[in-house]
Design a protein around this ligand. Sequence first.
Ligand code: HPA
Length: 281
Amino acid sequence: MEGSKISKKKKQGDEPMALDVRIAVIAGTGVYEPDIMTNVRDETVSTPYGDVQLCVGNYRGKALAFMNRHREDHSVPPHLVNYRANIAALKKLGVKNVIATAAVGSLNPDMQPGQFIFVDQFLDFTKARPQTFFEGGASGVLHLDMTEPYCPGLRKILLQAAKSLGFTAHPAGTYVCTEGPRFETPAEIKMYRMLGGDLVGMTSVPEVTLAREAEMCYATIAMVTNYAAGISPTRLTHQEVVDMMLQNGENIRKLIMQAVALIDADRTCRCQRALDQTSPE
Ligand code: HPA
């Protein structure tokens, strides 16, 4: 993650560029609202893994980075997202708290379309994605604890935000991450249910684990867009996922901004000391 460069391009406003950005939003399918910020600027952050385009702005006096995981035109499929570059870019900006959004299919009848889940566990069924910043040699070897992959502190803030807005939200759930880009077979969904999965999506891993390697707090707002294959009475389409996200866009936007408002940019957490292997506490 060393050697990254940031180039700044001013879009509006005259305030000096804030590079001390502590909070970031990684927006998934159907969510991209950098305009909720003021003084928004486009940024290109160069990292050893590639350049990353994102926006930086202000929200209620806090500097905030806003990144679109699939790019604005949804041109990057989940298995080709440059997860390492994205997380390295946020790290370079100084980000310590990441709120990600994810469209998910539901395997759990209690988790219904339109509802939010602040996932606490994952099952990783990805197959061909770079999973770590630590590739041996000069970068070293790391075996990180994953007892609590999603930051419990940020999840609590998300729940508080959802409650204050009157939204139906589940405080926990197990996210099954598939390689994609295809949807699952009903047989796969049956297997994932038997293994304890609640939701299925294609992006949370390795984003969540790289964020931990980068010593950032990371939590996901999963929003159910459909029942998973074989549970849904109809065949799945990407369009229905996008439509559902857009239909709930206003709620997601409100939830993100309420959560950002509740995050103390200077909060500290054990996620931010994840590489300190000497104190398991
Ligand atoms: N499967 C995988 N990813 C998804 C789904 C699904 O059913 N819905 C939204 N993202």
